[in-house]
Structures are given as structure tokens and as C-alpha cells.
Design a protein around this ligand. Structure first.
Ligand code: CP
Length: 337
């Protein structure tokens, strides 16, 4: 039994098999490969795409998905070992994980950081505790990484760039963008890792060094890049980053040095609204402005990206969202079949 907590645990070849299968499932969506099986979907945070695509994907494979929202229709859960449970939590993850394992064939979890202390949040305790105590595969639906989004992004790029090897050597730019609130670094961590794992030359564009991502993910991306003979480059120069880019991937995130102290970060972040992805910047991309744009969604229009770019012919946001469905079905098929 293997969990799908992060793509770091899986090789490029293993992930490519899922992407190949996702293409087949995209052509023939109704395949009862998981008839009679079930999956518990635990949402500690809101979702549109993840919930819809997992529920629908299970249905299309002949499986049953059960959505649970701990603290809202399901009992609040305690995660600390040895806790004296005199607070809000009614049961411990040790029971929850094992009970759900008796009912279901997989447990999928969405649990964002608490945004108070990065040294605590970076331990990813909620999903790690489920993985420790469950006796069925545990799947990450976004915690401090978002591996399902990674698969969807890579399938989308392979479709547009020309196949499984077509990403090799292409310039992938992950650009920080402004957002009025500090957001999770999960998708940013993930975008760096998957682009590097699939042989892209990766550039991280962010306003200043305080917006560089956690060293764990920078190192993971660097290891992949070096293994593929590629580069991981950090820049704060917008023009340099966009020049010749094949793909511009946008995401906002809170600067880690200010984690939990967001009032201090706000005036700094407010200085960088010009990192918005717009047509002028996209004109610098490969082929005289033929670079692709994408984002995981949800995206605030005219804050992170202009209408012109997100609605433009090189925008991949809807394809990437659709591909969540196909890649997750392939992943579920592999883990549960
Ligand atoms: N991209 C993504 O995970 O979307 P949701 O938050 O709507 O699930």
C-alpha cells in the first residue's frame, strides 16, 4: 500500500504512467474499474474543483465518495498525541483514521495550514497523522503541497507542448502575484517540484528574498532539476523572468518570515501589486508572446491576472481544472485497483 502525500515520493516514470492513463480516461471517462469501492473525502477547508472532481471521478469509476467536513457535520478531530481532550475535539485521529479504513478503500484529506506558526504547519501534521494510522491509502487534496494539482498541470502542459518529453528544456516561470490576503504556499511549492521533475528549466520570480519558498521545496526542485540536467533559478527581475518563457504559472503566497504576523507583511506585499500577470509582460514570452499562462484557480481577476490574459488564447486555466478530474481518476485507479 502506498499513500499519495507528495510527488516527492514518486518517480517521474511512475507519475507519467498516471498521466498516460489520464489521457485514456479523458477519451473513455466511464470505466467501472473501482466498482464497489469507496473513498472518504475529508475537507477541513472549502473547495470547488477538488470536491467536484473527486466526487465525480469516483462516480465515473463506479466507486462511492463520501464527503466529510470535520467540525461541520462530522466530529471535530484531535491530532496531538497524548492530548488531554478537554477542548472542542470529540475524537482522535487514531480512531478516525482506523474507523474510516474499515469502511473505505482510501482516505483523501484537504487540510490547509493554520497560518500561525510555519515551523508547526510545515510538519503537515494532519495528513501525516492520517497516513500514520490509516490502513488504506491516504491522498493529499492540498495541505502544504497540492500533488493532484501538479498532475493536472503536467498533463495540461504535455497536451499543449506536444507529449511526455515535450516539457524537457522548456522555460517554466512560477511568478508570485499580489493578493489582498496571505495565501498558502502549497501550489507554489508543488509547481516548482513538478516542473523540475519533468525536466523544465524553472525560474521562480518573486518580489524579494523573503518571498522565496521553504528550503525543503527549493531543495526538492533543485535536486530534480540537477538530476535532469536543468536549472532552478530565482530572480526578482520581472523582465528577465518573462523573457522567452514557455509557461508562466501564477500564484500568490504569504512571505514565510512573516508567517502568523501578517499585519507586518501587508505593507510590504502592497508594494508589489505590479507583479500582476498582464499582456505587456506576456509579450516577452517565447515566440514573441506565445508563452502559455496558467493558474490553479480560484484566481482573483485584475489582481493576480488581467482579464485579457486569463481569457486569452494562451490561457490554460480551464484545461488544467478539467484535467484534475482525469488525473485523479488515474491516480485512484492505480492506488485502489
Ligand atoms: N485548485 C483547487 O484546488 O481548487 P479548489 O480549491 O476549488 O478545490
Amino acid at each position: 500500500m502506498r499513500h499519495f502525500l507528495t510527488t516527492e515520493d514518486w518517480t517521474r516514470a511512475e507519475l507519467q504512467r498516471w498521466l498516460d492513463d489520464a489521457r485514456e480516461l479523458k477519451t473513455n471517462p466511464l470505466q467501472p474499474r473501482l466498482r464497489g469501492k469507496s473513498i472518504a473525502l475529508l475537507f477541513f477547508n472549502p473547495s470547488l474543483r477538488t470536491r467536484t472532481s473527486f466526487e465525480l471521478g469516483a462516480h465515473q469509476l463506479g466507486a462511492k465518495a463520501i464527503v466529510l467536513e470535520p467540525g461541520k457535520g462530522a466530529w471535530p478531530i484531535e491530532f496531538e498525541d497524548g492530548a488531554i481532550m478537554d477542548g472542542d475535539a470529540e475524537e482522535h485521529v487514531r480512531e478516525v483514521a482506523r474507523v474510516l479504513s474499515r469502511y473505505c478503500d482510501a482516505i483523501a484529506v484537504r487540510a490547509f495550514p493554520k497560518f500561525q506558526d510555519w515551523s508547526v504547519d510545515r510538519e503537515d501534521r494532519v495528513i501525516r497523522q492520517f497516513a500514520a494510522h490509516a490502513t488504506v491509502p491516504v491522498i493529499n487534496m492540498e495541505t502544504i503541497v497540492h500533488p493532484c494539482q501538479e498532475l493536472a498541470l503536467m498533463l495540461t502542459l504535455q497536451e499543449r507542448l506536444g507529449g511526455p518529453q515535450a516539457t524537457d528544456g522548456r522555460k517554466f516561470v512560477l511568478t508570485w502575484t499580489y493578493h489582498p490576503r496571505p495565501l498558502n504556499t502549497a501550489v507554489a511549492n508543488s509547481a516548482l517540484m513538478i516542473a523540475a521533475k519533468f525536466g523544465m528549466d524553472v525560474t521562480l520570480l518573486c518580489p524579494e528574498s523573503r518571498y522565496v519558498l521553504d528550503d525543503r521545496y527549493m531543495r526538492a526542485a533543485l535536486r530534480s532539476a540537477q538530476a535532469q540536467g536543468r536549472q532552478l533559478h530565482v530572480t526578482h527581475d520581472i523582465a528577465e523572468a518573462y523573457d522567452g518563457a514557455d509557461v508562466v504559472y501564477a500564484k500568490s503566497w504569504g512571505a514565510l518570515p512573516f508567517f502568523g504576523d501578517w499585519a507586518r507583511e501587508r505593507p510590504i506585499r502592497d508594494e508589489y501589486k505590479h507583479f500582476i500577470v498582464d499582456a505587456e509582460k506576456m509579450r516577452r514570452t517565447a515566440g514573441g508572446g506565445q508563452g502559455y499562462f496558467s493558474h490553479c484557480l480560484p484566481a482573483r481577476r485584475n489582481i493576480k491576472v488581467t482579464d485579457e490574459v486569463i481569457d486569452g488564447p494562451r490561457s490554460l486555466v480551464i484545461d488544467e481544472a478539467e484535467n484534475r478530474l482525469h488525473v485523479q481518476k488515474a491516480m485512484l485507479s492505480a492506488l485502489l485497483a
